[in-house]
Design a protein around this ligand. Structure first.
Ligand SMILES: [Zn+2]
Length: 315
């Protein structure tokens, strides 16, 4: 009989929790990405780490979740925070919801959850696994972030949901150094340089071509269809953008028309001359072309970005 020590046993259990969390990322609503459950889970993990609290009252968390969905989810007229709060308990066994009166699935709404004083809790076994193994906590948080958003947004998301990844890392380092491998696709390490080269080291929107000594500075390779949602590491899915336009492109302030012109969201607010120069003046501007026409932005990726990221309408 194989002898399994406590450490191996814990690693195996942790890998199982990680796999369960990875399963929830598949969820989409009518073809649109729906990062509701990941946002809720990230917040629950933040609370657990910061305050050792594993219960969240809907009354408090509902409005916050609505705001995060506006900021980091696809555009919708009405956001539905009650959906992840209730449904997270169905598919992965990580979460339960207690109510003062029973709720039938067809009665689910923001109002019924409030009236029933709904309180969601991380499953007790999941809580002990997370607290017992900070490497698992870190791996779960990173896996949720990496599977749903590009890295340019991770810091803003963590700040919003109260997640202090650096703090967890520090606690972990103090505890001991053991990392769980995060299940992830391998990135093409050449993607960045290929895209920058294709655009001759210039921002495809504003033409910025900064250099410091012999290296480029302030230029990045953006994925048009996010890598986190299966966007491939190929030049037709890439754009060389300056750091500012990369961030605005990933947040949906900037988009691309089917004629490869820059669109600016009418929802963007910026009145200063700098906003005029850096953002509004790009509206209708033709994107710089890559050196080789085969490398030009591919329509399916452009369309994905317009459907799933860009904050319509364009001005
Ligand atoms: Zn730029």
């Amino acid at each position: 009989m194989a002898c399994v020590g406590p450490r191996e046993e814990r690693t195996e259990k942790s890998a199982d929790w990680l796999a369960r969390v990875a399963d929830i990322r598949q969820w989409t609503q009518r073809g649109k990405r729906a990062p509701h459950k990941p946002l809720l889970l990230l917040h629950a993990i933040a609370q657990l780490h910061n305050d050792r609290v594993s219960r969240l009252a809907y009354e408090q968390v509902g409005p916050k979740l609505r705001a995060w969905l506006d900021d980091f989810g696809p555009q919708r007229d009405v956001q539905h925070p009650e959906q992840p709060f209730w449904r997270l308990q169905n598919d992965v066994g990580l979460w339960t919801v207690a109510t003062t009166v029973p709720i039938r699935p067809d009665q689910l709404s923001d109002g019924t959850l409030r009236k029933a004083q709904a309180v969601g809790s991380l499953a007790p076994e999941f809580v002990s696994a997370l607290l017992d193994d900070l490497a698992l906590m870190l791996a779960v948080a990173r896996s949720l972030l990496l599977s749903n958003w590009p890295e340019s947004l991770h810091q803003s998301i963590c700040e919003s949901v109260g997640l202090d990844l650096g703090g967890i890392e520090a606690s972990l380092a103090r505890q001991r150094t053991r990392e769980l491998p995060i299940p992830e696709r391998r990135r093409d390490p050449e993607f960045r340089i290929k895209v920058l080269r294709a655009y001759e080291y210039r921002c495809a929107m504003c033409g910025f071509d900064g250099r410091l000594d012999s290296t480029t500075v302030g230029l990045e390779a953006a994925h048009i269809q996010w890598w986190a949602v299966n966007g491939p590491d190929v030049i037709p899915n890439g754009l060389c953008l300056c750091a500012m336009h990369h961030q605005l492109f990933d947040r949906g302030v900037l988009g691309l028309t089917s004629d490869r012109e820059v669109m600016v969201s009418a929802q963007f607010v910026g009145r200063d001359r700098a906003a005029e120069e850096m953002v509004w003046s790009l509206s209708g501007k033709e994107l710089l072309r890559p050196r080789d026409h085969l490398d030009a932005v591919a329509e399916p990726h452009r369309r994905w970005h317009e459907d799933q990221v860009f904050r319509s309408p364009a001005r």
